[in-house]
Design a protein around this ligand. Structure first.
Ligand SMILES: [Fe+2]
Length: 306
């Protein structure tokens, strides 16, 4: 099936009849999670159409399988949804930061190509009042000096293999984002889950310092294990329960973005971060965001990390 056909299928997923059929299949599959292995191919295929219930069930089952892990990092992610992994040397951080800040044209959106013709000069983005997030395409991120070395040093692939509980993991998305102070809040500052796949993990590399009051992403610890509720953010008021992924420039975190999380509406300084996403099953956003346009770059990057 062509990549664009799949993209189109995800877009029409919530249209009448198709929605009813898919919801019925999901209802049946949710009840099969208890009796069939969560690694079954049928789940791996269908989870891209899930409205959230199947993904939650599969994640919960995987989490239980990891309960006896002796690995400190895996235990932390499995219980708290995230783990601080360490910090890159300042010299390397500056080199990468300068690489990104010297790219002339970027995308005036949270995800590259989220809107048509949304290229913008980096300088204009910084000046444009209503702009909040800019992003770099996958190839630009992959060409960041020493990115592969950083991934290897902090064992992203090994952590992904252990947390996703399979050897078959791969990077399907890399998004470097530049965000700045603005009155125009982006939707990602609302508490939400990322509907990427039923078995995925994200690694953050902060190229700039972030804190609770300045750009740090927040997460509700352990919430990747909650059943799915699409109105969760509307009824949520326990903001003191949120943890912040904060630290000096060069800080690295692993986060299960099925946990409820949000971008920080408080931002004082320009913030630059790269998110590297691993999955063990097909990821919906690979198609929706047209990451397949960078298939060769992603393949090359994945090979360099083995
Ligand atoms: Fe998100």
């Amino acid at each position: 099936m062509s990549n664009y056909v799949l993209k189109w299928l995800f877009i029409i997923r919530n249209k009448l009849i198709i929605k009813n059929i898919l919801d019925l299949i999901e209802y049946i599959l949710v009840h099969l999670v208890g009796v069939i292995s969560y690694k079954s191919k049928i789940f791996g295929f269908f989870q891209v159409f899930s409205n959230g219930k199947l993904i939650s069930k599969l994640r919960l089952k995987k989490s239980r399988a990891l309960n006896n892990s002796r690995d400190e990092i895996i235990n932390a992610i499995n219980q708290k949804s995230f783990k601080y992994l360490g910090k890159i040397d300042d010299e390397k951080v500056e080199k990468s930061k300068n690489y990104f800040l010297n790219v002339e044209k970027i995308f005036d959106s949270h995800i590259p190509r989220a809107k048509k013709n949304n290229h913008i000069n980096l300088k204009d983005f910084l000046k444009k009042k209503e702009s909040n997030y800019a992003s770099y395409d996958i190839a630009t991120s992959i060409n960041c000096p020493e990115l592969d070395e950083i991934c290897k040093k902090f064992k992203f692939r090994e952590i992904a293999q252990k947390y996703l509980n399979t050897q078959n993991v791969y990077v399907y998305s890399i998004n470097t984002m530049l965000s700045k102070k603005t009155d125009n809040q982006h939707g990602v500052t609302k508490l939400h889950r990322d509907f990427d796949s039923s078995n995925s993990i994200v690694f953050f590399i902060y190229w700039t310092p972030v804190s609770k009051n300045d750009g740090a992403t927040s997460v509700l610890p352990g919430s990747h294990l909650l059943s799915h509720n699409k109105n969760f953010h509307k009824n949520f008021s326990d903001f003191q329960k949120l943890d912040y992924l904060e630290g000096p420039k060069g800080s690295i975190f692993a986060l299960d973005t099925w946990a409820y999380h949000r971008g920080n509406p408080e931002i004082l300084r320009n913030r630059l971060v790269t998110w590297i996403r691993y999955t063990a099953v097909p990821a919906k956003t690979y198609y929706l965001d047209e990451n397949f346009l960078f298939k060769k770059d992603l393949n090359r990057f994945n090979e360099s990390l083995i």
